[in-house]
Design a binder for this molecule. Sequence first.
Ligand SMILES: *Cc1c(COP(=O)(O)O)cnc(C)c1O
Length: 392
Amino acid sequence: MERNINTKCIHLEEDPGNKNHYGAISFPIYQTATFAHPGVGMSTGYDYSRLQNPTREHLEKIVASLEGGIDALAFSTGMSAISALMELFKPGDHLIVDADLYGGSIRLFNSISSKNGIDFTSIDCCKEDVKKYITDKTKAIYIETPTNPMMNVTDIAAISKIAKEYKLMLIVDNTFLSPYFQNPLKLGADVVVHSGTKYLGGHNDTLAGFLVTSREDISEQLRFNIKTTGAGLAPFDSWLIMRGIKTLGVRMERAQSNAFKIAEWLENQKAVTKVIYPGLKTHPAHEIMCRQSRGFGAMLTFEVQSKEFALSILEKVQLIQYAESLGGVETLITYPTTQTHADVPEDVRLKNGITDCVLRLSVGIEDVDDLINDLSDAFKRTEEELYSGKES
Ligand SMILES: *Cc1c(COP(=O)(O)O)cnc(C)c1O
């Protein structure tokens, strides 16, 4: 019988057991660059850590099992994983990519991959007819769902049908929901991307990235790539992510429950003009999310009445930290305009709805009443400061 995801986060099904590690419950950190050969032409299974290291391999197997892939590769960061993926394409190839993506992915595509001769068309994959943009050069569709930061949701099964019809690779960045809530490979995607820095690691203390695939041919190419270009995750960092994953389920559940309560609280604030959280019935893709995911995650975006208001909130929160990144136990607030999306051209940013009034919250696992009190206090003091003069 297939084990539940909460068990898979902690135990590897095909685990050879810990007999080889003196019974160690926690998988050992193989902090070694190289491995001695037992004889000429012989190998322990490991030769050099750029190629593979037992700690990294164990982590990769866990992530593959969580996503239901045949292989997962652990990279030093999410961006190095996406860069390795771009190596699968050659000059002249064309990719259709979501318009609202992680800012770093947009920067990579626009400034490095395009310089290498790869063409991109950015469209709202959740709204537009993808087929209209497919040419005979098109090789892949790259999406995030929900997107960062506007929380647009694409129907993965529907877009995978199109990808299969035109023999395109479907790539889904699954960072926002983590494998705990969503498994794109099971909905027809070919490759799943993760910034392991976020929910998988979960503690804002380690950078990592993953590529998970359901296809033998892609796995083979990526394995060649990681051993050749060398962006594999280091043994100690592999161990930290492994440790983070053990609590993925409890963290995701708690963060999601906090996010629900904060979203509802925000909806009742006069100064808030919009709350975007896929868990709310008012979210346009709530239904799709109910079909394709097991949860709604803990990322939410909201818009306040003015830029001054947004900036003041950033300065006045005390418990909530004003910082980039997401997916950790600490609640973080981000200003996409000058942080994650600073390098995105202004017209593109505004077209995607990322105005100067938009704030993003990565809800952590603190006590939700403390989080709401912190926001409430920041709102109150902002209102006093901005409007006190006008009342008299
Ligand atoms: C953070 C992030 C990345 C990049 O990951 P790094 O680990 O920071 O390199 C890619 N995609 C999404 C959705 C992210 O949030």
